[in-house]
Design a protein around this ligand. Sequence first.
Ligand code: HEM
Length: 415
Amino acid sequence: MAKFEKANSVGEWLDQRLNTTALTKVLMTEYWIPKDINFLWAMGVLLAVTFKILVISGLFLMMYYKPDVALAFDSVNYTIMQEVAYGWLFRHMHGVAASVVFLIIYIHMFTGIYYGSYKQGREMIWISGMLLFMTFSAAGFSGYMLPWGQMSYWAAMVITNLFGGVPVIGDALVVWIRGDFNVADATLTRFFMLHVFLLPIVIMGIIGLHFYTLRIPHVNNQEGADIDYDAEAEKYLAGNKKEAKVIPFWPIFISKDFAILGIFLIFYFYLVFFHYNFAMDPVNFDPADAMVTPAHIYPEWYFLWSYEVLRGFFFDVGPVKAFDIGLAAFGFANVIFLVLPWLDRDPAILPAHKRPGFRVWFWILMVDLIVLTVYGKLPPTGINAWVGFASASVFILLFVALPFITKADAKKRGA
Ligand code: HEM
């Protein structure tokens, strides 16, 4: 077998056994990326790196964390923060990364929406992305419970209570999720398992799926141009690099990503060292106490918009129970982005600035999400309750109107 003749280098030895030359071509040096993309297309790589930071800092925290209601708070606030060398650093890295990862997820997601990168063959990219959003949300929520402070406890109480709104099985479901009649030790240990084991494994699997879904449709580009990858790659390989509309992922494209990653890491470590407090709620520095309800309960900033959609409908209208309407609106907010590829009835892949109706829709959505986020943190009384109701209603109406707006855009273009 000539293939296994004596190898002259480690590279050749590996190539004989693992076909590494072909593999690096397929995954890197001949994996083609369109030239016409901007820095927003680096967000995926930033997310992959931030996820790694979360895993590594989390492993260090796990060495000292104790998942027990009697010990958890001190293991974080005393052992990790004060006794263990650099424990504070790993906690701040983990807390800041958990917050920043959502900022980047939102930028990544709304870039996809702005450029229409979820349709015409890219639906699976979108769906796997939304699954990542959901699993990251579950990881964020379960992690927030672990320090067992006042907000950990009461946020867990409020969120697990929501499942009580599920018809027929609601009450039993709440007990099943908590593992007890109340948020208690069994709740903490199962959320610990989810946070450090099951969810990270599932997330790694879905990231693999997300990358794989990119292979056939390729990433979109700023104009939504349909690129003939074989022809353009041929041009590039023949030396026509200027004319070709594509560049190889490695080493050309990734070097741009690394430049943006460098800027991001400066920003991230600046937050870790100087502004870590934004990722830590002061109320959570009081130990969990089932007998003292905090004056005002709210989730982390990245859940505020959907929390406000829920609260926006907390009013009493005759026989209709307010809780049920709010819960239905909350359910709607959490699944509606998943079906976006089918709500957008315009077949063309174009950036929002080339789709007049959709452009207005997109920017109203951005403003509405900001309003929901700001008011989600304020007490829902007086005028705040009305702003909450109005912005939650706008959110729902936007998605009801989307098929009509996008269809009208397509019609205007003669599509
Ligand atoms: C949280 C972990 C995630 C990671 C590691 C990740 C990674 C990536 C990478 C590396 C790319 C290719 C380059 C780029 O456009 O940035 C990509 C593309 C994409 N991702 Fe994600 N992503 C994540 C979450 C999401 C979420 C939450 C969504 C929204 C539903 C999403 C939707 C998309 C879409 C639509 C594209 C295609 C963009 C295009 O074709 O131009 N991803 N992702």
